[in-house]
Design a protein around this ligand. Structure first.
Ligand SMILES: Nc1nc2c(ncn2[C@@H]2O[C@H](COP(=O)(O)OP(=O)(O)OP(=O)(O)O)[C@@H](O)[C@H]2O)c(=O)[nH]1
Ligand SMILES: [Mg+2]
Length: 293
């Protein structure tokens, strides 16, 4: 049996997290106080058993979609199952878009792809670099913006850069540094940044992470203000259980997805049909790798 340890500031929060990850039937194995935190150990959701005769059930099993989601989906037509339980929408560019996520998730790549889309549509966006942590982050983004002819602002060189709203109300993309969802002060910072710019925050999160981790990361960013989800690395992630678990457990709208590591490739719009196709296609090619193990 696989188990997971969940820590939170209160026992109530730890139980809420367990239910979010595992559904209402989460099996709690142990609970205790550890210093100033509370810790509970939960049994991880068993996954749906494989069913080679039924491609949809087989795909749900292959992707490691938590049983409380997969069992509800298994007997429905795929499109209806996905459309009925996940939320899909468009990114809102009427307000500055704050592009947040854990380190290395693809935030800068997403920023550049979105900026490129605007430029190709004849709209000059403003790109703000708010990453003062990673060496070279500003120079890299500045160079790409020069090529695109997008307006570039660096928060380090422009006093109050974050608050400076472009006069023309251009679409504004704010590329944040990687943040640790389990660091309260970083999440507090994110919340205040989103408020400061009256922005809307999107969580950029790689697909292919473990389901429980994905839900925890998504719920921390959601609590800090994120309302949209931009999954990345769909081209190199075979299993989408983490992505589905996060989108099925945390109220974030699926919007666009990163499906390539090349700046020149656009983000793809996430729709129920897009997700179902990805789930079924990856599920179909599982045999050779499973046999090689
Ligand atoms: N294959 C693939 N690679 C991606 C995708 N999105 C981003 N990458 C790659 O992932 C790496 C990290 O991307 P960045 O955009 O720099 O990530 P970041 O979140 O800005 O990273 P930090 O700012 O350091 O936190 C780069 O090598 C990107 O080319 C994707 O959808 N598919
Ligand atoms: Mg970056």
């Amino acid at each position: 049996m696989k188990v997971k340890v969940i820590r939170a500031a209160s026992m109530r929060e730890a139980f809420a997290e367990a239910h979010r990850i595992l559904g209402p039937d989460a099996l709690i194995l142990d609970s205790r106080r550890r210093g100033r935190e509370f810790e509970i150990t939960v049994a991880l959701d068993p996954e749906l058993p494989p069913d080679p005769a039924n491609p949809w059930r087989q795909a749900l099993s292959f992707h490691g979609i938590p049983a409380h989601i997969a069992s509800a989906w298994a007997d429905q037509p795929p499109d209806a199952a996905v459309a009925g339980s996940l939320s899909f929408g468009k990114l809102d560019f009427d307000r500055p878009l704050v592009i947040a996520g854990p380190p290395g998730a693809g935030k800068t790549m997403t920023t550049v792809k979105l900026a490129t889309r605007f430029v190709l549509a004849g709209v000059r966006p403003t790109v703000i670099n708010a990453d003062q942590n990673r060496a070279g982050a500003s120079a890299q983004l500045a160079a790409l913006c020069r090529i695109l002819r997008a307006e570039f602002i660096d928060t380090a060189s422009k006093k109050g850069g974050m608050r400076r709203r472009p006069a023309s109300r251009r679409p504004t993309l704010i590329d944040l540094p990687g943040m640790d969802p389990f660091d309260k002060s970083e999440m507090d910072n994110l919340r205040s940044m989103v408020e400061e710019v009256s922005g809307v925050a999107a969580l950029v999160m790689p697909a292919g992470l473990d389901a429980a981790d994905s839900v925890e990361i998504a719920s921390r960013f959601h609590e800090a203000g994120a309302t949209a989800l931009i999954p990345t690395r769909l081209d190199v992630s075979r299993r989408l259980g983490g992505l589905v678990a996060a989108a099925g457990s945390v109220p974030l709208q699926l919007t666009e997805a990163g499906t390539s590591g090349r700046v020149s490739d656009a983000l793809e719009t996430v729709t129920p049909a897009f997700l179902v196709r990805r789930l079924l296609d990856a599920g179909r090619v599982q045999e050779p790798v499973a046999n090689a193990a």
